[in-house]
Design a protein around this ligand. Structure first.
Ligand code: MG
Length: 392
């Protein structure tokens, strides 16, 4: 059997470490050729020692010397800087890129990998949010493939296997509702980062945990789904499903509905993406309906969780608006984590940035980069004017 050769971009994050954990159980199937990280040099060193990739990249050049010294006894090439990530995925003979970086930083390397004809296992949803139009036309043109690692999109894809001749009426993305599902607006105004980071069902990184609590994660997923599955905005609906067992549903034109179920464990969508189109044997805990006598569903309160409404609006507007939404959200999440603004103010900031920005239709990659830079600057300026005192 041919080994699948992998590059894991963002190997020290939550998805990256879980991917490596899976890979270590299937040495005959996968080999690790490239590992990249932003700052977490100690973990990157120990991963390089364990998996002996051809190359490692640390995005932050300050750590280059230490990384090089620590790996000098191994046949592992060491690089620094984000440009090196891009160059490596293009020039090396890997089969698949696992795009697991956080936020906007995933865009360039992912575009480069698609252009170089690599399969993409996409965990970085921001990439499709920012540049979905551009990326999906590239994917069509080059007949490359993007396999989603996001649990909801993996579910949709699994429901669509074997259905390519058939018409989808709509899809339903499920949302756990996060830790604040039953909070009032007043209660939401004073929640702390610590509370927001405590997700009831999923173990995730900081950025995505805050996005989940604010429902922006679901908003980004709506935009992601639009591009992955070529849907119109009104073909996508969101429903709260607090148990996170049904990962999403596809409604077909005949009235039939398919759903994909499983325990809330990110390793499942990761394994599906790595093995696709094959399903790999696992020892993971099994799902048993008897443990879940009641599965419940609720409408999302869009007045309380306005981020989701903002994301739908951005998707309908199109052009560079989702890119603006994403940039403003990254600044807002960071500001909330650093206690500079309150939970509800994240939405205000995003709304203001979008309202103050200029729309570009059919943006190029360069225009998106300019939009991203500009929106971040604008968000930081507006942030200085925002009045907030942490009163807890
Ligand atoms: Mg998800």
């Amino acid at each position: 059997m041919d080994q699948k050769r992998l590059a894991i971009l963002g190997s020290t994050g939550s998805i990256g470490t879980q991917t490596l954990d899976i890979v270590s159980k299937y040495p005959e199937r996968f080999s690790i050729d490239i590992l990249t990280a932003n700052n977490n040099i100690d973990l990157l060193i120990s991963q390089a020692r364990e998996f002996l990739p051809d190359a490692v990249v640390i995005s932050n050049d300050d750590h280059y010397k230490k990384l090089k010294d620590e790996l000098s006894d191994l046949p592992v090439k060491v690089f620094a800087g984000v440009e090196s990530v891009e160059q490596l995925v293009v020039t090396s003979s890997i089969d698949m890129v696992v795009a697991a970086m956080v936020g906007y930083s995933g865009l360039r390397p992912t575009v480069a990998a698609i252009k170089a004809g690599k399969s993409i296992a996409l965990a970085n949803k921001e990439t499709l949010v920012v540049a979905g139009e551009l990326i999906s036309s590239l994917v069509r043109e080059l007949r490359s493939e993007i396999i989603p690692v996001d649990s909801e999109h993996s579910a949709i894809m699994q429901c669509l296997v074997g259905e390519h001749e058939n018409t989808v009426e709509k899809i339903t993305l499920t949302a756990s509702g996060g830790p604040f599902r039953n909070f009032t607006e007043k209660q939401l105004a004073t929640v702390t980062p610590e509370e927001a980071l405590r997700h009831p069902n999923w173990e995730m990184g900081n950025k995505i945990s805050i996005d989940s609590a604010s429902m922006m994660n679901k908003g980004l997923e709506v935009i992601e789904a639009r591009w992955l599955f070529d849907l119109k905005p009104d073909q996508i609906e969101v429903i709260i499903h607090p148990q996170s067992i049904i990962h999403s549903l596809v409604h077909f034109v005949d009235g039939s509905v398919k759903a994909q179920l499983g325990l809330p464990d990110m390793r499942l969508p990761i394994i599906y993406a790595l093995g696709f189109p094959e399903r790999l044997d696992t020892e993971l805990p099994r799902f048993d309906l008897k443990d879940y006598e009641t599965l419940t569903f609720e409408q999302v309160d869009l007045k309380k969780f306005r981020n989701l409404a903002l994301a739908f609006e951005a998707l309908r507007e199109g052009g560079n608006i989702p890119c603006i939404l994403n940039a403003a959200n990254e600044i807002a999440v960071d500001a909330f984590l650093n206690r500079r603004i309150g939970f509800m103010q994240m939405t205000n900031l995003i709304e203001e940035v979008v309202a103050a920005s200029e729309k570009i239709t059919g943006p190029t990659l360069e225009e998106l980069e300019e939009t991203d830079r500009h929106s971040r600057r604008l968000a930081l300026d507006l942030l200085k004017k925002m009045n907030y005192r942490w009163e807890l």
